[in-house]
Design a binder for this molecule. Structure first.
Ligand code: DHK
Length: 149
């Protein structure tokens, strides 16, 4: 039987993870993060489709393409705070959606404290560093198994 596939989508500037403001986003690269997500998902019996784009329309197309995946983990970067188009695409997703932010956006500039995505997401994880992605994968896998909440 084929395993559930969880989409992990990353928005603008996350391609430079490790180099970009390491005091905020940590020293791990996006490739390191992908490896960790794949390994963590494997332990949960799932596969991961891990992608990144700096372009809003590309992210919309990815979400449309992956709308029937078992779930979606999304860190839309700065588009979180601006994009009705990404929000509308997420509203098409059939499985659980977990919005992730590496930093605690609520402890930063005011413009980062509003998300267009949070109320169409199933859950939100902020400020846990890149561990947040693993927590999000666990949350989706738990929901697939009929877990609480
Ligand atoms: C990542 C970004 O690129 C920012 O634009 C968001 C988020 C926060 C993060 O913490 O992962 O404001």
């Amino acid at each position: 039987m084929s395993r559930p596939v969880i989409a992990v989508l990353n928005g603008p500037n996350l391609n430079l993870l490790g180099e970009r403001q390491p005091e905020v986003y940590g020293s791990e690269t996006l490739a390191d993060l992908e490896r960790r997500c794949v390994a963590h998902a494997d332990g949960l019996g799932c596969d991961v489709d891990f992608r990144q784009s700096n372009h809003e329309g590309d992210l919309v197309s990815m979400i449309q393409e992956l709308r029937r995946s078992a779930g979606v983990v999304i860190n839309a970067g700065a588009y979180t705070h601006t994009s009705i188009a990404i929000r509308d695409a997420l509203a098409l997703v059939q499985g659980p959606i977990i919005e992730v932010h590496i930093s605690n956006v609520h402890a930063r500039e005011g413009f980062r404290q509003h998300s267009y995505l949070s109320d169409v997401a199933t859950g939100v994880i902020v400020g846990c560093g890149t561990l947040g992605y693993e927590l999000a994968l666990s949350a989706i896998a738990s929901k697939l198994d009929g877990g609480v909440g």
